[in-house]
Design a binder for this molecule. Structure first.
Ligand SMILES: N[C@@H](CCC(=O)N[C@@H](CS)C(=O)NCC(=O)O)C(=O)O
Length: 382
């Protein structure tokens, strides 16, 4: 069991800096993941490790160290690494690059900061705008600070600056910031991509599904580096089903419906019928096609469902006032009364979900799913 433990998060760029350093130093270390999206960094257990509620935290030599740059210096000063130029002027230049990223660019793009920005506007899209607003100019400035010839940030030797830049580039790509036109940065990225330590420490190698697999491998195989997809090798295995978004969404839907079904049974409507009533009450009269889209139903099944709703006088077909040859569907007074009668019960159920899960997390989950859908829609159309 390694004695060096890193409390980290797979996508955390500050953690990634330290992971690269540990790999470069050949230290046998173990990751203890802190799920930042679940808010584990704010749990008492993590605050006891780092009162700032941030990752990384490194346990080494009986010490508990936080702040990635301080950790890099500790590894340097205990003789495990040599990533700082000896010359004072060069060391100052290197620190300027590292700090431009770690102290100026990174903090404004931190999870808690971007989440607050999105919360202030009430729009999840603010998060991506915010990131892009800061990342591109920050990296343009870094480009100007890099050595002319390379291949690394400071020239021929790898330094702490490279350990800061590479994770930041991953973050840039994640938020859609293109850096392909910045030649020095692109050159450093290429050179570091050749180094095993960077690959072993990368988010793809640390993703929860990957670490489960890596831990199951003998240590020798782990040290050989992350499995690469190669035509001559087996394809990368599928992630465990617990890491599959489509499956997670189906499970989440089931968990929600389990609690809604008794209410729907009492109201005497199926779940698609309830959805249709809600869409019509919210948006007014609607075509069959529009209803199918808004209520996420197949057009063929909408017609069938509507037929039984018309028979029960929950909805009716009327002439479209704007196009007399077209029919639209509206809610009847009976349909409206039914929804009104069950509105308090519906509130009680959804308030219950939010209460148990945490109101903020519940709202964020809806906002994230919404952003995910827009993202998928725009990439499908564009
Ligand atoms: N200056 C710190 C920054 C640490 C930091 O901001 N970590 C981020 C992940 S990259 C974090 O834990 N964020 C959690 C949050 O914002 O709640 C360092 O270099 O270690």
């Amino acid at each position: 069991m390694p004695e060096v433990v890193l409390h980290d998060y797979w996508r955390s760029t500050a953690s990634w800096r330290v992971r690269i350093a540990l790999e470069l130093a050949g230290i046998d270390w173990q990751s203890r993941p802190v799920d930042l999206l679940a808010g584990d960094q704010r749990a008492a257990a993590h605050l006891a490790l780092n009162p700032q509620g941030l990752v990384p935290v490194l346990e080494i030599d009986g010490l508990r160290l936080s702040q990635s740059l301080a950790i890099l210096d500790y590894l340097e000063e205990t003789g495990r690494l040599s990533l700082r130029p000896k010359d004072a002027a060069l060391a100052a230049r290197m620190r300027a690059i590292a700090q431009a990223i770690a102290c100026d660019l990174h903090p404004v793009c931190n999870l808690r900061v971007a989440t607050h920005a999105a919360a202030l506007t009430g729009q999840e899209e603010t998060r991506a705008d915010w990131m892009r607003h800061f990342i591109r100019p920050g990296l343009e400035a870094v480009e100007a600070l890099l050595d002319e010839n390379g291949p690394y940030c400071m020239g021929a030797a790898l330094t702490q600056a490279d350990l800061c830049l590479i994770p930041q580039l991953y973050n840039a790509a994640r938020w859609g910031v293109d850096t392909g036109d910045l030649p020095r940065i692109t050159r450093v990225a290429r050179a570091c991509a050749e180094l095993d330590a960077f690959r072993r420490a990368a988010p793809e190698a640390m993703h929860p599904s990957e670490t489960i697999r890596a831990r199951a491998m003998p240590p020798a195989a782990q040290k050989a580096g992350p499995p690469m997809t190669n035509a001559a090798q087996e394809p990368r295995p599928l992630a465990p089903t617990t890491q599959s978004l489509p499956i997670a969404l189906i499970r989440a839907r089931e968990a929600l419906l389990r609690e809604l079904r008794p209410m729907l049974a009492e109201a005497g409507v199926s779940e698609p019928q309830w959805r249709i009533l809600r869409v019509l009450l919210e948006g007014g009269p609607c075509s069959v096609q529009g209803l199918a889209e808004a209520a996420c139903l197949q057009p063929a099944s909408v017609s069938r469902i509507l037929q039984s709703m018309v028979e029960r006088a929950l909805v009716q077909r009327v002439q479209d006032p704007e196009n007399r040859r077209r029919q639209v569907i509206t809610v009847t007074d009976t349909g409206r009364a039914l929804v009104m009668r069950f509105t308090p019960a519906s509130h009680a159920i959804t308030d219950g979900f939010a209460e148990r899960f945490g109101k903020d997390r519940y709202q964020s989950l809806i906002a994230l799913l919404d952003a995910f859908i827009s993202d998928c829609d725009s990439s499908a159309t564009g």
